[in-house]
Design a binder for this molecule. Structure first.
Ligand code: G6P
Length: 497
């Protein structure tokens, strides 16, 4: 994979740019993997393209590491090492950028999470977080990218990731007009109307930043259509829908969708590992006859509370399942320094507490809630579910569903929100639900638990085949192919950084 991609890339020096670093320093020394599925995918991307990596120093440990290494650190990737370059905002800048603006304002807009009758209130705090946090951190990251690119031996290929860094491509384009620039948006791109929650100056700056790219990548075809419409409606730009392109500042910017995926080989090897088998033995010691599982970050977009409400309904409508079924929710605490996230985690605990006290008996706990982080434990439960509940309000893609489809060994059925990006690829092999409709969700949970073996096997095999055929390699090679095609166009040929 590595040699293949590095050879097929045009002659360039790739730089991956992401809020998070591929590895984080452990307080006791050494590194651990950065959190979230996106990092797993980008590790494969950075390794396959032999890219440098620019990230933001997010906390004291990272600031110290960066300072002691003059901002450039050699870090382990998967099978090789890479050069990590840190942008270094102050603690206050980072807090405004991450804790006030990117999460929740942008994240909530892009997942349609605002209760618009009441929120957000775009007040001086948010204006300040935009100007002194988001804009400033994006500037620092862009400056670091330019510094790394200027030292690179070949023409830079800058691959920027996600909603935290929308302004970076525009800033890099100004400094390096001949660079090849791509931004991949991992989260949904909402409709032009919903973007209007943001003041015009902010949303125009976001478009201006993204349109510094040659290609903007999204998870689904709907995201691409929404993006083109946003450029047209909100910024009055000229758009070619057939070419899926925007004309901006005398350049053509293409919008494409590349649904992200998992590394089938690595995930399968992990699933067969001794560490996962140990976790499976532990799971087998308490596993009830029927197991519903969910693995998620504790994020309001994941719709965890409505999932429990649906389970409550299931137990009410089908008392015969009491004592027979258990709902295992293995949840990773997320963004706990952002108030709305810590509130959400409290709400999760309260809902579970209520269900367990309403239905629990001395010998049976309806919901087993575990808050923690363990890749092995997550994979062990994905191998063993009867039903996997993935019911996000909206989700860019959702990699857990792909991991579950690949590794499940118990003919488990996936109940999947029609608003997850992965639904576009997997809909024929899952039970689709409207994530707001808890009655439909309860019915789908029931259908999944009681479905005949043949039907379960058909869905399970079908979902696995889709994931096998659309491995992370395909996500990378499709993007590389588009970059090659672009470089071959007359407008690009001969451009120097
Ligand atoms: C989502 C986002 C990523 C982010 C991850 C973890 O997958 O799309 O950009 O890194 O969540 O969130 P965190 O805020 O902890 O980085």
């Amino acid at each position: 994979m590595r040699a293949y991609v590095a050879h097929t890339l045009p002659d360039c020096s790739p730089i991956v740019v992401c809020n998070r670093a591929p590895r984080e320093p452990k307080p006791e020394g050494g590194f651990k993997r950065g959190a979230g599925g996106v990092i797993t995918a980008l590790l494969t991307l950075a390794e396959a393209t032999e890219a440098d990596w620019v990230a933001v120093a997010r906390n004291e440990d990272e600031r110290q590491l960066a300072t002691s290494h003059d901002a450039t650190v050699t870090v382990p990737l998967l099978n090789s090492t890479g050069q990590l370059h840190y942008a270094m905002p102050t603690k206050e800048q980072y807090e405004m950028y991450y804790g006030v603006f990117a999460n929740p304002v942008l994240w909530f807009i892009q997942h349609y999470l605002w209760d618009l009758g009441n929120e957000p209130i775009i007040d001086d705090r948010i204006h300040q977080a935009w100007a002194e946090g988001y804009v400033e951190v994006n500037r620092l990251v862009a400056a670091k990218v330019v510094e790394v690119a200027r030292k690179a031996p070949r023409r830079p290929l800058v691959l920027v990731h996600d909603y935290q860094l929308y302004l970076v491509p525009g800033l890099v384009r100004k400094a390096l007009p001949g660079a090849m620039l791509q931004h991949f948006v991992h989260v949904p791109w909402p409709t032009p109307q919903y973007w209007k929650v943001l003041p015009k100056a902010m949303r125009d700056a976001i478009l201006d930043g993204l349109l510094g790219c040659d290609i903007v990548g999204f998870q689904s075809s709907l995201d691409v259509r929404n993006f083109l419409l946003t450029c047209e409606e909100n910024a009055g730009l000229q758009v070619d829908e057939r070419e899926r392109a925007v004309f901006y500042g005398g350049r053509v910017v293409y919008a494409r969708h590349y649904p992200i995926s998992i590394d089938v080989g690595t995930t399968s090897r992990l699933a067969a590992s001794r560490g996962v088998k140990r976790q499976e033995r532990d799971l087998a010691s308490w596993r009830p006859p029927r197991l519903i599982a969910r693995i998620d970050r504790t994020d309001p977009s994941k719709n965890i509370v409505r999932g429990f409400i649906a389970y409550d309904k299931l137990l009410r409508y089908h008392p015969e399942l009491r004592g027979e079924v258990e709902f295992y929710a293995f949840l990773q605490p997320s963004r706990q320094d952002v108030a709305v996230y810590s509130r959400y985690l409290r709400q999760i605990r309260q809902t579970v507490g209520r269900i367990n006290s309403d239905f629990g008996t001395e010998t049976w706990t309806p919901v087993r809630l575990e808050i923690g982080e363990s890749e092995r434990k997550a994979v062990a439960s994905l191998k063993n579910f009867d039903v996997l509940l993935v019911n996000p309000v909206y989700d860019g893609l959702n990699l857990v569903v792909k991991e579950g489809a690949l590794v499940n060994a118990t003919n488990g059925v996936i109940v999947l929100s029609e608003n997850a990006g992965a639904h576009e690829e997997l809909q024929a092999h899952v039970l689709s639900i409207n994530p707001f409709d808890v009655e439909a969700t309860a019915a789908a949970l029931y259908a999944g638990l009681t479905m005949g073996l043949e039907e379960r096997r058909r869905l399970n095999d079908g979902a696995r085949e889709v994931v096998r055929a659309n491995d992370i390699t395909r996500w990378i090679s499709r993007q590389v192919q588009d970059i090659r095609d672009l470089v071959a166009t007359p407008a690009h040929a001969g451009r120097e950084a």
